[in-house]
Ligand binder design. Structure first.
Ligand code: 26Q
Length: 791
């Protein structure tokens, strides 16, 4: 398609879809017209994918996830269908700024963090590889809350409202609607059981096509919206009960109203359980409907259907699939269990005990009475088959969803090499001993289309000019950059790309936050959800210690730094919110200090999201991956930074281990205890206080906080943080502090040899192509799904 043809298509949509002529078109109208014109280009590969899959009777993947953190879709789609230049030309020709049009799209934050973003990268890779797939999730009316900071520097949460304007991508599918029941009773009739729910809602499908690289294939993201069975109680209305008449509607819609904003604490809330069952049950019914329209023998299900559970959130898929096969379709119970297991895979994303889902048996029995019976039966069957087993699904009146998922899946995977070994040796050690072939590793990856090509066009051009076209879907080819990296010319161009990206970011920080930053300073970035295990407080303590020493001795030859933070805390996570509060006040005090003005700036833009990540990552010099070893399952931001030519300061945690192996230890700033050492160190009750006593710098930093230096003299303000560090410090911030400090000074030294820094940064980009999510998806296809690509 040429720019002229695209222009015509946009004008047609302006007129016939938006009902506007060009003279009266708003930015929104233009964005919608462009979206619809691009969406039109995706229909053909979308139909082709459906027909080809059907014709080949191919197996399909169903990726069940409570979260899809897709961000904006327009730029990515334009990129994938190869219309970037044409769209730019067409839109400018119509009198609009192309960037403004792209920026008008709301960022769809239908996820919390890594797990949701991984699901979005997987959709891109499955379409790129021609892996027939559906993503199934919830069409939340409100995604993750919008974050701002109050005048005191505390986090303020507001409802997010991405659906206020039509976003243009989705197709409503009223014909794909299923009734989803809750509560009620179970009647045994002969060998099977009949569940009669007490109440029900409708799940209605909304489809978004997800096109792969070069527009050859498109899969579907199918999100379920909850609706009442009957919209409006006319009888109540006629009796004058105006509010009561709308009650059923409000109640049903609650289920898809809002995304739970906790990414690590799984409190057993009834609405959450209903959300989980709602989208899982609707998806399974859809899957069985599609299967039975093509096949009649249910035992063939595993040869046509691979269902991946993204963590335990859709774990009710096991019992529900058994119920559908046994109760509703007459398969013998044991056969239903085996069939379900052969279809199901389970990805574990965390070892943190508080994040492992457990539901009280009484709540489960109340909301899903038949499922509770099935869970008991699965547990009994498993106990019978393995009399030596130590752990069970049911324990202390609770249903453990991790154990249920493990037992009901034919494969269980971890998300990095280290994490997978820890899954085997800790949470699931008993089950691993019984099923030694079940756990496999699939190290995470990220899509290079969004995270290099889209986010970093300057670097992308340099790569193409150096190694030629075609690296975007063969990312291992980035190693071909290595010979060029040894030339001064390439290094200068690589450095110029980074400098230009930093200049863009500096300008954005200036206009959005009113802070002027030195674009020649090192941009040191930590962006991720706030959690104590991710240790943003380690970073801010080092910042304080650094600032104190800079003030003492401003001429000591410090490397100028801009410390950039980004991320949200769960609204109920008080400690994480206190850390945010502290960072904002350290920023206020440090940035006001004229003595260190040129050396240190702290910037914390509010409302970090996918769109902001796309701005920050290409401009980063240093990537902070400083979690307590053993706690970060993988990380995926770490991969995006390396690919974009940032160096990592990090612990031996999650995928950092694999990043370091690939880039070489001389191109990675390692610090801190290993996972084993952390466990050992914690056994000493004074592990924190002794570390503080032995570190004058850490002592000075903590005492500066306690003296009220960042709280206008209020000595009590940050007691929660400092007391926890002194007394408990489960995440070993204190024990790792000096090692972190030393690593930061090695970073400083390296920074002063700028040409060598550039060389190291370029080697990071060249050697991390393995972290493409295409490689990850090929792993799932081979090890778990048993599916071959269709293109
Ligand atoms: C569970 C129950 C109730 C409410 C919320 C939740 C919940 C929601 C989201 C629990 C966990 C999450 C998200 C977890 C997550 O994002 N984990 C990250 O997954 C990434 C992809 O594998 C990894 O790279 C990260 O290391 C891991 O932290």
């Amino acid at each position: 398609m040429t720019a002229t043809e695209l222009r015509e298509a946009i004008l047609r949509h302006l007129e016939f879809s938006q009902g506007k002529d060009l003279a009266h078109a708003s930015l929104y109208d233009m964005r919608m017209a462009l979206t619809l014109a691009i969406r039109d280009r995706i229909i053909e590969p979308w139909f082709h994918a459906t027909r080809a899959t059907y014709a080949a009777q191919s197996k399909r993947v169903y990726y069940l996830s409570m979260e899809f953190l897709i961000g904006r879709l327009l730029e990515d789609a334009i990129l994938n269908v190869g219309l970037t230049e044409a769209a730019h030309e067409a839109v400018s020709g119509l009198g609009f700024d192309f960037r403004d049009v792209l920026n008008d799209e709301p960022d769809a934050a239908l996820g919390n963090g890594g797990l949701g973003r991984l699901a979005a990268c997987f959709l891109d890779s499955m379409s790129t590889l021609g892996c027939p797939a559906y993503g199934y999730g919830i069409r939340y009316e409100h995604g993750l809350f919008r974050q701002s900071f109050g005048p005191d520097g505390r986090q303020v949460e507001d409802a997010e409202d991405w659906l206020r304007q039509s976003h243009g991508w989705e197709f409503e599918r009223p014909e794909a609607s299923f009734r989803i029941g809750f509560g009620g009773s179970v009647a045994e009739s002969g060998r099977s059981a009949v569940w009669t729910p007490e109440n029900a809602v409708m799940a209605k499908a909304y489809d978004t096509p997800i096109v792969g690289w070069q527009g050859k294939w498109a899969n579907t993201l199918r999100l379920w919206g909850a609706e009442p069975l009957r919209a409006f109680d006319l009888a109540a209305f006629n009796k004058g009960d105006f509010t009561g008449a709308a009650a059923p509607e409000a109640l049903a819609r609650t289920i898809s109203r809002v995304l739970y904003p906790d990414d690590t604490t799984a409190q057993g809330k009834e609405l959450r359980l209903k959300q989980e069952f709602f989208f899982t049950a609707a998806s399974l019914r859809d899957i069985l409907r599609r299967f039975t329209s093509e096949h009649s023998d249910l035992r063939a299900l595993p040869s046509r259907v691979a269902i991946q559970m993204n963590d335990t959130h859709p774990a009710i898929a096991g019992p529900e699939l058994i119920r559908l096969l046994a109760d509703e379709r007459g398969l013998p119970f044991e056969e239903a269990v085996d069939t379900a297991r052969a279809c199901l895979g389970y990805t574990n994303h965390t070892l943190m005990p508080e994040a492992l889902e457990r539901w009280s048996e009484s709540l489960m029995a109340e909301v899903l009475p038949r499922h509770m019976q099935i869970i008991e039966r699965i547990d009994e069957m498993h106990a019978k088959a393995h009399p030596t087993r130590k752990s069970s699904i049911l324990e202390n009146g609770e249903v453990k969803m991790g154990e249920l998922s493990f037992i009901m899946a034919h494969r269980v995977n971890g998300v990095s090499a280290l994490h997978t070994e820890l899954v085997k040796s800790t949470v699931f050690s008993d089950l691993h001993a019984l099923h030694p072939d079940r756990i496999v590793n699939e190290t995470n990856g990220v899509t290079p289309r969004r995270w290099i090509k889209g986010a970093n066009p300057r670097l992308s051009s340099l790569i193409t000019e150096t190694i030629g076209e075609g690296w975007e879907d063969h990312l291992e080819r980035l190693t071909e950059l290595e010979p060029a990296i040894e030339t001064q010319e390439f290094r200068d161009r690589f450095a110029a790309v980074k400098a230009a990206n930093k200049a863009d970011l500096a300008e954005w920080i200036g206009t959005t936050m009113g802070i002027s930053v030195n674009p020649d300073a090192m941009f040191d970035v930590q962006i991720k959800r706030f959690h104590e295990y991710k240790r943003q407080h380690l970073n801010i303590l080092e910042t304080i210690a650094l600032w104190l020493e800079m003030r003492e001795n401003p001429k000591a030859g410090w490397a100028p730094r801009v410390k950039i933070f980004g991320g949200k805390a769960a609204p109920g996570y008080v400690m994480a919110k206190e850390i945010i509060h502290l960072i904002n006040n350290v920023a206020r005090v440090v940035n006001a200090d004229k003595a260190t003005r040129e050396l240190l700036t702290v910037v914390y833009p509010p409302n970090y999201n996918v769109t902001m990540a796309e701005k920050l990552i290409p401009a980063a010099d240093l990537s902070e991956q400083i979690s307590t070893a053993g706690k970060e399952a993988s990380g995926t931001g770490n991969m995006k930074f390396s690919l974009n030519g940032a160096l990592t300061i990090g612990t031996l945690d999650g995928a950092n281990v694999e990043i370091r192996d690939l880039v070489g230890e001389e191109n990675f700033f390692l610090f801190g205890m290993t996972a084993d050492e952390v466990v050992e160190r914690r056994r000493h009750p004074d592990h924190a206080s002794s570390a503080i006593a032995e570190s004058p710098r850490l002592t000075a930093a903590i005492e500066a906080i306690e003296a009220g230096m960042f709280s206008n003299g209020d000595k009590a303000m940050y007691r929660m943080i400092t007391q926890n560090l002194r007394a408990h410090d489960y995440f070993t911030v204190c024990a790792d502090f000096d090692s972190y400090w030393d690593a930061q000074r090695r970073v400083d030294t390296a920074w002063f040899d700028r040409d060598n820094w550039t060389r190291m940064a370029a080697l990071n980009a060249a050697r991390t192509g393995w972290f493409s999510s295409d490689r990850t998806i090929k792993g799932y296809m081979g090890d778990i799904w048993n599916i071959s690509p269709m293109i």
